[in-house]
Design a protein around this ligand. Structure first.
Ligand code: PLP
Length: 443
C-alpha cells in the first residue's frame, strides 16, 4: 500500500498560496529604488521604528476599529512581531522580583510559555479558564484576591528589584495574557462585557494586560458571504475611554499586533499600541536603543504595502474569502464525519458570540467523544494516518497542570495551512482514528 500523503492540521501559519509574494517583491523593489526610502531603510532606525510605518499603521487601525479617539503614531511602536515584542514588553515593564504573577487564559497560545520562562516567570504562570465569552473574569478576580491576601503579608521592604528605576518604565505587579478575538487555540472571541471587566480588574490589581490582537483582521460571516462583520473594540481602546480613562499615563493594556498572519510569518514585522508613554517606554528597551526597532528595512517594504492599500486589498480579496471557505469546509466535514461519533466543535464562533455572526481566525477547538484522550488520538493519527493534530495538552499553562481538564480531551485544528480538499480528507482520516479508538475502548 502507498504511504498516505502527510496532512497537517497543527500548522498555525498561512499556506504559501495565501502569501502576497508578488506584491511584496514589488514593494521591496519600489522601496529600494528610492533613496529617500532606502537610505533610512538600510541604516540604523529610530528606537520607536520607521516613522511613516507608525503613521500608516495608526490611521489603518483607526479606520478598521473605528476607534472613538483616532490612534496616532505616538501610540505605536514598531516591533519584530508579537513574539519578539512580548519579550520586549516583559524586559521593560516587568521585574521578576517585583512582578508577582502571570495569569494566562487557558487553553493558551503555547509558544508564549518559553517567553515568560525566559523573563523569569517559569514558576509563576497560572491558567484562568475561559468559557464561550472568553477568559473567566470572575475566576481571575478571585484568584488575584486570594493571591493578594497572601502576598500582602510580605513587607514591601523585602521585595527587592532587579532593574533600575527609569522614567520611561513602570513595573507592573501582574501580567494578564490573552488573545481576545478568535483566540489561538480555542477560536473563542471575548464579549464586550468581559473585555471591560478585564480592564477594570487590571486597573484594580496593577496588572498589564498583553493582548495578542493578531487575528482581528481575519473576520468573516459564515452565514452570509457579503456581510462584513464589525470588529470588537480592542481592550487597548477600552482602556482609553472606560470609566475615567487610564489609571495612569502608562495605562493597563498593550495591543500586540503582527503582519505574520497578513503578509507572512517570515516578515517579522509587527506593532504594539499602548498609551504614548507606554509605546515610548517599549522603544527604550536596550535592544532598540542599540540600532532602532528590530526590522527597519522590512518596515519600509511593509509600509509600501500599507500606503498603497495592498494589504487591505489582500485581506479582503484573498485572506478573508479563503479563510471563510476553509473554515466552512472544516466545519461541514466535522458535521458530516465527526459529529455522528460524538465529537463537538466548541469554537464555532457563530454560537460563541451570541447575537453576532462573527467568525474568523485560524483554528477551531474540537472536543473528543468520551472516553478518548487527545494525546492518544494524536499519536494514533500520526502513526496510522500520517495526520498531525494539535493536542490539547500542549496548550495547558505550566504551573496549573491537572489531568482533569477538558483540554486533555480536545484538539486544535488549524484550517489556513491545508487547502479545502485536504482539510476534508484530514477530517475523514481523523474519523477513522476516532472510530477505531472508540471501538477498542468499548470492547
Ligand atoms: C496568539 C498568537 N500570538 C502570537 C503569534 C506569533 O506572532 P509573530 O509571528 O508575530 O511572532 C501567533 C502565531 O501563531 C499567535 O497565534
Amino acid at each position: 500500500m502507498m504511504p498516505l500523503e502527510p496532512i497537517d492540521l497543527f500548522q498555525g501559519r498561512p499556506a504559501p498560496d495565501l502569501l502576497p509574494t508578488e506584491h511584496l517583491k514589488n514593494a521591496a523593489v519600489k522601496a529600494l529604488s528610492d533613496k529617500i526610502v532606502s537610505d533610512p531603510g538600510l541604516g540604523y532606525g529610530p528606537d520607536e521604528g520607521y516613522f511613516p510605518l507608525r503613521q500608516n499603521i495608526a490611521s489603518w487601525l483607526s479606520n478598521f476599529y473605528k476607534t472613538q479617539q483616532p490612534t496616532d503614531a505616538e501610540r505605536i511602536c514598531i516591533t519584530g512581531g508579537a513574539s519578539q515584542n512580548l519579550t520586549s514588553i516583559l524586559t521593560v515593564f516587568t521585574d521578576p522580583l517585583q512582578t508577582r504573577m502571570v495569569w494566562l487564559v487557558e487553553p493558551t497560545y503555547h509558544l508564549v510559555f518559553r517567553i515568560f520562562e525566559d523573563a523569569g516567570f517559569h514558576d509563576r504562570m497560572r491558567g484562568i479558564p475561559e468559557d464561550e465569552e472568553g477568559m473567566d473574569a470572575n475566576a481571575l478576580e478571585k484568584a488575584l484576591e486570594l493571591f493578594q491576601e497572601k502576598d500582602n503579608s510580605i513587607p514591601d521592604t523585602d521585595k527587592k528589584t532587579s532593574k533600575p528605576n527609569k522614567s520611561y518604565r513602570k513595573i507592573y505587579r501582574h501580567v494578564i495574557y490573552c488573545v481576545p478575538s478568535f483566540s489561538n487555540p480555542s477560536g473563542t472571541t471575548m464579549t464586550m462585557s468581559r473585555r471591560e471587566s478585564l480592564v477594570r480588574i487590571a486597573r484594580k490589581f496593577d496588572a498589564l494586560i498583553v493582548c495578542d490582537d493578531v487575528y482581528d483582521f481575519l473576520a468573516w460571516n459564515l452565514q452570509d458571504v457579503k456581510s462584513i462583520p464589525s470588529p470588537f473594540q480592542r481592550l487597548v481602546d477600552i482602556d482609553r475611554t472606560l470609566d475615567e480613562g487610564p489609571s495612569d499615563c502608562f495605562g493597563n493594556v498593550v495591543s500586540n499586533g503582527t503582519f505574520s498572519k497578513l503578509i507572512g510569518p517570515g516578515c517579522r514585522v509587527g506593532w504594539a499600541e499602548g498609551t504614548a508613554k507606554f509605546a515610548y517606554g517599549l522603544s527604550q528597551a536596550g535592544q532598540n536603543i542599540s540600532g532602532g526597532a528590530p526590522c527597519q528595512l522590512m518596515s519600509t517594504f511593509v509600509n509600501e504595502l500599507l500606503e498603497s492599500k495592498i494589504i487591505e486589498q489582500h485581506i479582503a480579496t484573498v485572506l478573508i474569502p479563503q479563510g471563510r471557505r476553509r473554515h466552512l469546509a472544516i466545519l461541514s466535514a466535522i458535521k458530516e464525519y465527526l459529529s455522528p461519533l460524538g465529537a463537538m466543535v466548541s469554537s464555532d464562533t457563530t454560537s460563541s458570540t451570541p447575537g453576532t455572526a462573527l467568525s474568523g481566525g485560524y483554528c477551531i477547538w474540537l472536543k473528543l467523544p468520551a472516553p478518548l484522550i487527545a494525546a492518544e488520538v494524536c499519536r494514533r493519527a500520526s502513526e496510522m494516518q500520517n495526520l498531525t493534530l494539535g493536542c490539547g495538552d500542549v496548550f495547558e499553562v505550566p504551573g496549573s497542570r491537572s489531568p482533569e481538564k477538558e483540554l486533555h480531551r480536545s484538539l486544535r485544528l488549524c484550517f489556513m495551512w491545508e487547502d479545502e480538499n485536504r482539510i476534508v480528507e484530514g477530517i475523514q482520516r481523523l474519523a477513522h482514528v476516532i472510530r477505531e479508538l472508540l471501538h477498542t475502548t468499548r470492547n
